[in-house]
Design a protein around this ligand. Structure first.
Ligand code: EPS
Length: 394
């Protein structure tokens, strides 16, 4: 059986973005609005550029869904790029004899230069169209399917921004209040810090520059034991790190305290286990809900650092690849801060990984059989402290 996974196709100013989701079970209730809700959240955020005024991202199902339920077949979703109407002459897939002026001024920090070298392109538009974060639209669509599956089993995923440039909130409070982040234009749950973040973005934009930041994703309601300690490929924290690191412009990923574990003593880091009303409980969640590459039943907490967007109006130094002469980097309309959008994309990537490991553990062809496996497991491990060993042969 194919694992729960997805792939995407699409260029930023091409006809559409496409998401293809594999391994989703049959019998999951799924309507376009389940996915469109997150697409709309991804388009928001203080500091976005003009493109978001053109686009209104919505999916069309192309396969895998019938009468509001998944069929167990691959789920195809299409999101049309409205801006394609303005780019058809340059971006149409059809052959053309009309010359197109090549872009030869690679932007530092972008995929432009290595992409041109690697694929033997003379026009860096061939690189930027696909390396653009526009592709994350399709990821969020795929994430919508994962979230719908997880929500059936009580898993909810939130995100919050806790740093934009120099304006910062504390990560722990941001994680705790992440369910309120939709109320803020910068996805920070604290109204005062939200205003400071907006001022930071305004100042960067005024200086024709851009800003990065940090966000946290929280997944509540995961049963213990998703992922595994027995093989490095199955370690959940490793999968989450790879998935979140794959988001455009992310340069660092942490789980729980992350790099904060390095300066503390063990007794200040580990989350002690205590009995509470006949069940197991933890005194803290410093390890972000993951021990030994598995969920431990506490909220999964993953955070990431995003670098500032590389396309800036204050053009950076580069070399014109057509002349070899020093030049200023190619400038195109761009966002001055996309950290709030990256947080929503982070939710989607976390959802996709959690759906994969959830189906590794409880997977079946249809939601009814998954429910039976899930209920049996959860009642065993959660019913009592002794439940963990019920049925043990060793
Ligand atoms: C992007 C540049 C901008 C962003 C784009 C990512 O697009 P354009 O060049 O059309 O103005 O708006 O992000 C999106 C279109 C999106 O939907 O997130 C880039 O170079 O990465």
């Amino acid at each position: 059986m194919v694992k729960f996974s997805f792939s995407t196709a699409g260029e930023s100013h091409g006809p559409a973005e496409v998401a293809l989701v594999h391994g989703a079970p049959a019998g999951l209730g799924l309507v376009a609005d389940d996915v469109n809700r997150d697409l709309a959240r991804r388009q928001k955020g203080y500091g976005r550029g003009g493109r978001q005024k053109i686009e209104k991202d919505e999916i069309e199902f192309l396969g895998g869904v019938r009468r509001g339920y998944t069929l167990g077949s691959p789920i195809g979703m299409l999101i049309r790029n409205r801006d394609y109407a303005n780019w058809e002459d340059r971006m149409s897939p059809a052959p053309s004899s009309e010359p197109v002026k090549p872009v030869t001024l690679p932007r530092p920090g972008h995929a432009d230069l290595a992409g041109m070298q690697k694929y033997a392109f003379g026009d860096l538009r061939n690189v930027l169209e696909r390396s653009s974060a526009r592709e994350t639209t399709a990821r969020v669509a795929a994430g919508g399917v994962a979230r719908k599956l997880l929500a059936e089993f009580g898993v909810q995923i939130y995100s919050a921004v806790y740093r934009i440039g120099a304006a910062a909130y504390d990560k722990e409070s941001a994680a705790r209040d992440a369910s309120r982040a939709d109320e803020s234009e910068v996805r920070c749950p604290d109204p005062e810090v939200s205003e400071l973040m907006k001022a930071e973005i305004d100042a960067a934009r005024y200086a024709r520059d851009a800003l990065g930041g940090e966000f946290v994703v929280v997944a509540e309601g995961c049963p213990p034991g998703l992922g595994s300690y027995v093989d490095w490929r199955d370690k959940l924290d490793a999968k989450l790190a790879a998935a979140v690191m794959s988001i455009n412009a992310i340069k660092g990923v942490e789980v729980g305290l992350g790099f904060g574990v390095a300066s503390r003593r063990s007794s200040e880091v580990q989350d002690e286990i205590v009995p509470e009303n006949g069940h197991l409980s933890r005194t803290s969640n410093n390890l972000g809900g993951i021990e030994g590459g598995m969920t431990n039943g506490e909220p999964v907490v993953v955070s990431a650092a995003m670098k500032p967007i590389s396309t800036i109006a204050k053009a950076l130094r580069t070399v014109d690849l057509s002349t070899g002469e020093p030049a200023r980097a190619f400038r195109e309309r761009a966002d001055s801060c996309a950290v709030p959008a990256a947080a929503v994309i982070g939710e989607s990537m976390v959802a996709i990984v959690l759906a994969e490991v959830f189906l590794d553990k409880f997977g079946a062809d249809n939601v009814t059989d998954i429910r039976a496996a899930y209920d049996a497991y959860v009642s065993r491990v959660r019913e009592s402290i002794r439940g963990a060993a019920r049925g043990a042969r060793l």
